[in-house]
Design a protein around this ligand. Structure first.
Ligand code: 13P
Length: 258
C-alpha cells in the first residue's frame, strides 16, 4: 500500500513569537517543493495559534497545505491539571496532530508507556493524529537491547487500540543517542528498527493495517542525510528537531521524501 510520507518539524522550546511566525510563513511559501508529502509544524504550545494563523490552518474551508501540531497534551478532557492542555483545546487552536511520548518527556518528565497510551486514546477521540515516539538510549543499544526496548514501548504506548485506531497513528522511531547529537542512525540501523515496528503493528492490528501506517525516523535528520533515509522501504518521513528551525533545510528534508 503506498504511504504518504510525513515530515514534521518539532520546534521544541525554541524561537519567539515573531521568529515562529516568520518560519511558519517561510515553510508555507516554499511548501510546493515537497508536493505530495504531508508537512507539519509543531511549535511550542503558546505559539500554536499564531503559527496556525500564519499557515492558514484555522480556516476549515481551506485545508491547510501545512499541518499544525502540538508537542504534548494531557489525557483528560478538562479539570484541575495545572499547566496542561487538552486534546480539544489543541483542536480548537487548529491542530491536526500532536507529538506524544517524545523521549525528552519520557526522560526529563518521567512519562510512562501507560500515560502515553492514555494520551494516544484521548488524541484519537478528539480527532487528532498522534505522532507516537519510541526509541532506545545509547546504553540500551550498546547492550543489544534495542529490539526489546522498542517492542516494549510500541506495545505499551499503543496498548488497547483497535485496528481502526492504529490505522490513524503515526509512529516516530527516535533513537535517543541520535537526538540533537549530530549522530544520525545509519539507514540500515533505522530500517532494521522500522521493520521491527511494522511487524509489531502487524501483530497489534493486521498486516494490511500495518502496511498503511507511517513510521517516521527522527534524530539528527538534515538535508544532507534525508535522501538515504528516505530510500529505505519502511521509513515514511522524518521528525526533525534542530534542522526544522530553518525553512530552507527543513523543506529540503521534506522534498527528499517526495
Ligand atoms: P534533532 O533533529 O535535533 O536531533 O531532534 C530530533 C527530535 O527529537 C525530533 O523530535
Amino acid at each position: 500500500m503506498p504511504r504518504t510520507s510525513i515530515v514534521a518539524g518539532n520546534w521544541k522550546m525554541n524561537l519567539d513569537r515573531e521568529a515562529a511566525i516568520a518560519l511558519a510563513k517561510a515553510v508555507d511559501a516554499g511548501r510546493g517543493q515537497a508536493e505530495g508529502v504531508d508537512v507539519v509544524l509543531c511549535p511550542p504550545s503558546v505559539y500554536v495559534e499564531a503559527v496556525g494563523t500564519a499557515i492558514g490552518s484555522r480556516d476549515p474551508s481551506q485545508p491547510a497545505s501545512v499541518g499544525l501540531g502540538a508537542q504534548n497534551m494531557w489525557d483528560q478532557p478538562s479539570g484541575a491539571f495545572t499547566g496542561e492542555v487538552s486534546a480539544a483545546m489543541l483542536v480548537d487552536m487548529g491542530c491536526g496532530y500532536v507529538i506524544l511520548g517524545h523521549s525528552e518527556r519520557r526522560v526529563l518528565l518521567g512519562e510512562t508507556d501507560d500515560l502515553v497510551a492514555s494520551k494516544v486514546k484521548a488524541a484519537l477521540a478528539a480527532g487528532l493524529t498522534p505522532i507516537v515516539c519510541v526509541g532506545e538510549q545509547l546504553a540500551e543499544r550498546e547492550a543489544g537491547q534495542t529490539h526489546q526496548v522498542v517492542s516494549t514501548q510500541v506495545r505499551g504506548s499503543l496498548a488497547g487500540l483497535s485496528a481502526d485506531q492504529l490505522a490513524k497513528v503515526v509512529v516516530a522511531y527516535e533513537p535517543v543517542w541520535a537526538i540533537g547529537t549530530g549522530k544520525v542512525a545509519t539507514p540500515e540501523q533505522a530500517q532494521d528498527v522500522h521493520a521491527l515496528i511494522r511487524s509489531l503493528l502487524a501483530e497489534l492490528a493486521s498486516p494490511e493495517v500495518a502496511a498503511g501506517i507511517r513510521i517516521q525516523y527522527g534524530g539528527s535528520v538534515k538535508a544532507g542525510n534525508a535522501a538515504e533515509l528516505a530510500a529505505q522501504p519502511d521509513i515514511d518521513g522524518a521528525l526533525v528537531g534542530g534542522a526544522s528551525l530553518e525553512a530552507e533545510g527543513f523543506l529540503a528534508i521534506a522534498a527528499a521524501f517526495r
